[in-house]
Design a protein around this ligand. Structure first.
Ligand code: ADP
Ligand code: MG
Length: 177
């Protein structure tokens, strides 16, 4: 049984649009992951006390034939291969950030993994790309439509649409399922 998963993708170091797209290319190299959809790219303001450049964010909708922890390990492997430096600074600049936002209807709290992502309902940059893919998403922990959280988020988080990602950018013809 494959679970339907939303992965939040972000970057604010280097060529951030390219970094987001490359991370999706890396994801689909693995046979356990099947890409079902991808949001547009958005330019977003950092949600952090640290002064840093704007982020590029998007979301990928995938199915994953494994456990949530195996997906976390897999995504951290991609972050590492792409040169992510884990300096311990929370919410600091990063070349790539891959977060599991939703994993089917699962609600999970382990020391290394919280699903849905603990900040999902507070972060416009995570919610907006997911809703672009599926406007009907229900937050399984808070049991309300994800869309209802948007107007509860206080001002100051800007999320600006940049452009769609074309399938040609991320997959070769043989990989399209
Ligand atoms: P953040 O994404 O919150 O800015 P990091 O990318 O540095 O921070 O992740 C820190 C830790 O968050 C990871 O080592 C991971 O174990 C943990 N974590 C907990 N829940 C999740 C989740 N749903 N997706 C990704 N990482 C998570
Ligand atoms: Mg992360």
């Amino acid at each position: 049984m494959k679970d339907r998963v939303f992965i939040g993708i972000g970057s604010n170091v280097g060529d951030s649009q390219e970094n987001c797209i490359r991370s999706i290319k890396e994801m689909i190299k693995d046979g356990r992951l099947r890409l079902q959809g991808v949001s547009s790219l958005y330019r977003t303001s950092p949600v952090s006390d640290i002064s840093q450049g704007n982020f590029i964010n998007c979301a990928a909708f995938v199915s994953w034939a494994g456990s949530p922890l195996s997906l976390l390990e897999f995504l951290m492997g991609i972050e590492n291969r792409m040169g992510r430096i884990r300096d311990g600074i929370k919410d600091g600049p990063r070349i790539i950030d891959l977060d599991i936002l939703l994993f089917g209807n699962l609600v999970l709290q382990e020391h290394s993994l919280t699903i849905p992502h603990a900040e999902l309902h507070k972060r416009k940059f995570a919610i907006v790309p997911c809703l672009e893919i599926d406007p009907q998403i229900i937050h399984p922990g808070l049991r309300r439509p994800l869309a209802t959280f948007l107007n509860k988020i206080e001002g100051g988080q800007s999320v600006e649409l940049i452009r769609k990602i074309s399938l040609d950018e991320i997959v070769t013809k043989t990989q399209i399922s």
